[in-house]
Design a protein around this ligand. Structure first.
Ligand code: ZN
Length: 247
């Protein structure tokens, strides 16, 4: 994370990439960034958007573990070299989040219009800034081990892809956000991606029920079937592989 901006209504993670090459191509399947050098050589890297999304999750875990209220966390990747052509695949899901530097201000006012609810009072915001500055920033970079410690403190549930609140409820095979009313039939995918980064690359029926607050094993099974996940093992010990959800 290059930059973390804190506002009373939301937080914003900005990853700045300065790529000195002719072009940089971002693709979704698989998530990768391919650089074409001035000499015409190609080199491939992980997609930076995955990195910020992981940081976003880590930050929200960290907020909870440190007693801060849950906040919407926005994220952007800024492609900082104006002479490098950025090519984004048409099916790239986070198209609007890979931007040029001059667009940052516009995006911030857009986020500001979208997140109007003040969640952090001045005092808490000041405390957050202070704690972040005191070096805890490093702590949500250190990854999985740190994570696991905090895992038990993580609030369970499916978060809303629109407003970020952990308030999605299962209603008639759909997910409905208690906070903003969004209806979605695949909101759980984002939560399972978080699970992948936080806990591991497989999940059992009972882990799914626990993590996503699903009542019956029958409806958990329905969700697995619908997601078409590969599985290993049989009956109770069956583990479902989450890697296909990252693509
Ligand atoms: Zn919502």
């Amino acid at each position: 994370m290059d930059l973390l901006l804190t506002f009373p209504e939301y937080l914003l993670i900005v990853e700045v990439k300065y790529i000195s090459s002719q072009s940089a191509t971002l693709s979704e399947f698989p998530h990768q960034l391919t650089r074409l050098s001035y000499e015409g050589l190609k080199k491939t890297f992980p997609d930076p958007i995955l990195q910020v999304k992981q940081q976003r999750k880590q930050l929200s875990v960290w907020l909870r573990a440190n007693g801060f209220p849950s906040m919407p966390i926005e994220y952007l990747v800024v492609m900082a070299n104006p002479s490098c052509e950025v090519i984004i695949a048409a099916n790239y899901r986070d198209q609007g989040r890979v931007i040029r530097a001059p667009f940052l201000e516009y995006k911030m006012s857009e986020f500001g219009r979208h997140h109007r609810e003040e969640r952090l009072g001045e005092e808490v915001l000041g405390r957050l800034d202070k704690v972040l500055l005191e070096g805890h920033r490093a702590s949500f970079k250190t990854g999985i081990e740190r994570y696991r410690v905090a895992f038990d403190e993580v609030k369970k549930g499916v978060h809303c892809p629109k407003c970020g609140v952990l308030a999605m409820e299962r209603k008639h095979k759909n997910w409905v956000c208690r906070a903003c009313g969004l209806r979605s039939n695949d909101a759980i995918i984002e939560t399972l991606r978080d699970y992948y980064f936080m806990v591991g690359d497989t999940i059992t029926n009972s882990q799914l029920r626990d993590f996503c607050c699903i009542e019956t094993s029958k409806s958990a099974t329905r969700i697995f079937n619908k997601l078409n996940l590969r599985s290993v093992g049989a009956t109770k010990g069956r583990r479902y592989l989450l890697d296909s959800l990252l693509r």
